[in-house]
Unconditional design. Structure first.
Length: 391
């Protein structure tokens, strides 16, 4: 009966149009502020709002869903560009790393051989080559190893939800990657520098690459500091001083690159020529030091951040999920506990696959292709007497 009433009131007729136009005209032409609308117009407006809102209302819709919907085109463009430029980033990493290695062999190594004692020379050669092997091994494994994804065939593996994108069962800690366009086991993030997702089966390779690359950058930055200062001062001196003046001193870097002929004094009249080769060597040293220092700081911060996450037993995605759960439970006076946090030491043992003491050397400090702990489909939940501990 109520519906019939509203249908009768909303029937499109000339009298309805006249009443509506008259109300709009009175409201726009009044000189004393706003005029109250007739009750039947308010009634009709409320009904229309209720009708429209009921068509798309969803109790699960929140600000995050609205934000994702608004920026979905932007995310799609970023994912599309990242997917097609992945190989470009990989080649860029290989080229930049190779350039640093070449400069280190041509410039840094001769300086070490000419200035350090035999024990220090042996240490530099052993450490430098060990670090280089660890970087190359872990980068290759991180880029080529599949992160792992849920099985597509029917099985008895327990799952906690259904992926809205794949419409497939999704195990615990698995998330959908928009770039790879599939669900990833224990997904951390999609790394464009690897052109691969970081998940259960290559997370260790990714972190080890970041760690050893940071150590290598710090090593090159510290070892090449004096070379950098000499090269920078040489460029500034030859830029501002007249080389024809007698008594221009040649620095140690000049001796290293052959700027001064053997058997002559460090003071020459006229000054030795500053060739194109010398300039390129100086600029290469500056390039090496600036690049390794910058990458060392940036990648070092990223490595520390991932080390904190590993200590907590969570991934980058789970960090945001756990943060929201912590705030949600705090409103109820409860404390949220991460079910996959087994303690700092145990988290690191599980992450590196350490089962005995010797594995810290054979599986952490040496190249190792062992598989991680578990299959990424099922996870042992940390035994807690109470899921929600009162504050």
């Amino acid at each position: 009966m109520v519906c019939a009433y509203y249908r009768c009131r909303m029937r499109w007729c000339p009298s309805y149009v006249l009443h509506l136009l008259r109300s709009v005209r009175l409201r726009s032409c009044t000189k004393r502020g706003r005029t109250k609308l007739p009750p039947w117009i308010k009634e009709m407006w409320s009904y229309m709002r209720l009708l429209v809102q009921s068509l798309y209302f969803n109790s699960l819709t929140d600000s995050d869903v609205v934000f994702d919907s608004i920026f979905e085109p932007v995310f799609w463009i970023v994912d599309y560009v990242t997917r097609w430029f992945g190989l470009v980033f990989v080649y860029l990493v290989v080229i930049l790393t190779s350039s640093i290695v070449v400069i280190a062999y041509l410039v840094l190594l001769p300086l070490i051989l000419n200035t350090y004692s035999p024990p220090w020379i042996a240490w530099h050669i052993c450490y430098g080559h060990w670090n280089l092997v660890m970087i190359a091994f872990h980068y290759y494994k991180a880029a080529k190893t599949s992160p792992g994804w849920p099985p597509t065939e029917k099985n008895e593996t327990p799952f906690v939800s259904v992926c809205k994108k794949c419409i497939m069962p999704k195990p615990a800690r698995a998330h959908h990657c928009g770039i790879c366009n599939r669900c990833i086991l224990k997904m951390d993030h999609h790394c464009p520098w690897l052109n691969n997702c970081v998940g259960h089966f290559n997370h260790r390779y990714f972190f080890s690459f970041c760690l050893f690359m940071t150590l290598g950058c710090v090593y090159c930055s510290i070892s090449g500091r004096n070379l950098f200062l000499d090269a920078y001062n040489a460029l500034e001196r030859f830029k501002h001083l007249d080389l024809e003046k007698p008594g221009v001193q040649v620095t140690g870097i000049g001796l290293l690159i052959g700027l001064l002929p053997p058997g002559q004094s460090t003071y020459q009249t006229p000054a030795p020529p500053y060739t194109f080769k010398d300039k390129m060597i100086h600029k290469s040293i500056i390039y090496m030091w600036v690049l390794t220092s910058t990458v060392g700081v940036a990648l070092g911060a990223l490595t520390i951040w991932h080390a904190v996450l590993i200590s907590r037993g969570e991934t980058s995605i789970e960090r945001h999920i756990n943060s929201k759960e912590t705030k949600r439970m705090a409103k109820w006076g409860k404390v949220y506990k991460n079910p996959f946090n087994y303690g700092k030491l145990n988290n690191w043992k599980i992450f590196f696959g350490v089962e005995k003491k010797s594995h810290w050397v054979t599986r952490v400090l040496l190249p190792s292709g062992h598989t991680p702990h578990g299959d990424g489909l099922t996870w042992d939940v940390f035994p807690v007497k109470k899921d929600l501990i009162p504050v």
